[in-house]
Design a protein around this ligand. Structure first.
Ligand code: SF4
Ligand code: SF4
Length: 402
């Protein structure tokens, strides 16, 4: 699932549930410096074909996925080293037949569980079974606020209506709900209506995530890149809604960094606050990290523990901290604030993950990239390359309209 991940603590929860209890066990995680929340990408299989999908362009086939027992072992190990929250994601995590069993196991070992889902494979019975197994939170992605735009972006007919239905079931089952909306040039005009949709669905939280351009999104950059005017309008709408909906809907806003002067602190800094586990069990500093060639990411199937991989593996240490940084980062006052930006973006745009993220205005490549973004936003075609196992399929037009 794409593409943001925030702490999914329920805002309605009382002191007797959710994280408030788990946080009392923080000490083990602090010993290892282990992140409190981990993203488990159970599979890359997904019925949707979003053109900005954060999964790698080379998708992992079902045959290489960790087995049920392997995932259970991973979940137990995560709990033992102090992880508190597990985000089940993908691909579409409910494409795994064992999803209820995995949620049950995570719950049994004391993990707070969040399901990050496109929702289209869920039935009410399945959702109820997940709730009964201890699921704590549901995050549903939306591609727009109505079917014409949303189904076309998702590459699946009737997806939007199904998502609305599952969102209502989620609240009927008293599960906290986050709406995740990935925004780009072809749906930003719907932002105000998406915010209202989240309120109407009784969501606790809305993630307004501008597309991050690597992997599938980089392939689709010309069709997705917003204009500067759209970005300015987005910020205005979000700021107004944050004030108006205070106490009703929490809004997380991820700004697009092509139009920024400084890059985002990607994943809180490489190997500092986050790791995810790929369908085949690789431990990664971010979900796009496998796009960087030349790094050897170790797997839970290796002879090393997860804590060892996090602390000692070469791939995690390569860009950890500030010692690896080139100029202009090395002598920059912001180096411990943004940690040089995004390594995946630096690799995608400059061919070297060890360069300053070109989103930074101090990067020698920034101006050229900003100009390209502006040109693509105004002259780029609208057709998508849909995400699939065949390496992508170009939209022919009208195939997913409702
Ligand atoms: S195709 Fe869409 S729904 Fe499926 S994993 Fe990618 S972003 Fe998520
Ligand atoms: S030069 Fe490096 S550390 Fe300084 S703002 Fe740019 S990316 Fe951040």
């Amino acid at each position: 699932m794409s593409p943001t991940l925030t702490d999914a603590a329920p805002s309605r929860g009382d002191a007797a549930d959710g994280l408030s209890i788990l946080e009392s066990r923080k000490s083990a995680a602090e010993t290892f410096g282990i992140p409190l929340a981990v993203l488990a990408e159970l599979t890359h299989r997904c019925p949707l074909q979003c053109p900005y999908c954060s999964n790698p362009v080379e998708l992992e086939r079902g045959g290489s996925e960790l087995t049920t027992d392997e995932w259970k072992k991973v979940l137990t190990e995560l709990a033992e080293i102090g992880v508190l929250q597990i985000h089940f994601s993908g691909g579409e995590p409910t494409a795994r037949k064992d999803i209820v069993e995995l949620v049950q196991h995570a719950s049994d070992v004391g993990l707070y569980t969040n399901l990050i889902t496109s929702a289209v494979l869920l039935t009410r019975d399945k959702l109820k079974a997940l709730a009964d197994a201890g699921l704590c939170h549901v995050q549903i992605s939306f591609q727009g606020n109505e079917p014409v735009v949303a189904d076309r972006v998702a590459g699946l007919k009737n997806a939007h209506e199904k998502k609305l239905e599952v969102a209502r079931w989620t609240r009927e089952l008293d599960l906290p709900l986050t709406v995740n909306a990935v925004m780009h040039r072809q749906n930003l005009h719907q932002l105000a209506d998406i915010i209202q949709m989240a309120v109407d669905l009784d969501a606790d939280r809305l993630e307004v995530a501008n597309v991050q351009y690597y992997g599938w999104a980089l392939k689709n950059r010309a069709a997705l890149m917003p204009t500067l005017q759209q970005i300015e309008e987005t910020s205005r709408i979000v700021e107004e809604a944050e004030v108006r909906l205070k106490g009703i809907l929490a809004i997380d806003y991820v700004v697009p960094d092509y139009y920024a002067l400084r890059p985002k602190k990607c994943m809180g800094g490489w190997g500092r606050q986050f790791f995810n586990i790929s369908p085949a069990g690789k431990i990664l500093p971010c979900h796009a990290a496998e796009t960087i060639t030349g790094l050897d990411f170790l797997s839970v199937r290796s002879n090393h523990s997860i804590a060892w991989i996090w602390q000692n593996s070469e791939a995690f240490n390569r860009y950890r901290g500030t010692g690896w940084m080139p100029e202009p980062c090395q002598s920059c006052e912001f180096k411990e604030i943004d940690f040089g930006g995004c390594r995946c973006q630096a690799f995608a745009l400059t061919g070297d993950a060890g360069n300053t993220d070109p989103a930074c205005a101090l990067s020698p490549m920034h101006e050229q990239i900003f100009k390209t973004a502006e040109t693509e936003a105004s002259h780029g075609g609208d057709r998508f390359i849909y995400r699939n196992f065949a390496g992508g399929t170009v939209e022919t037009g009208g195939e997913y309209g409702s």
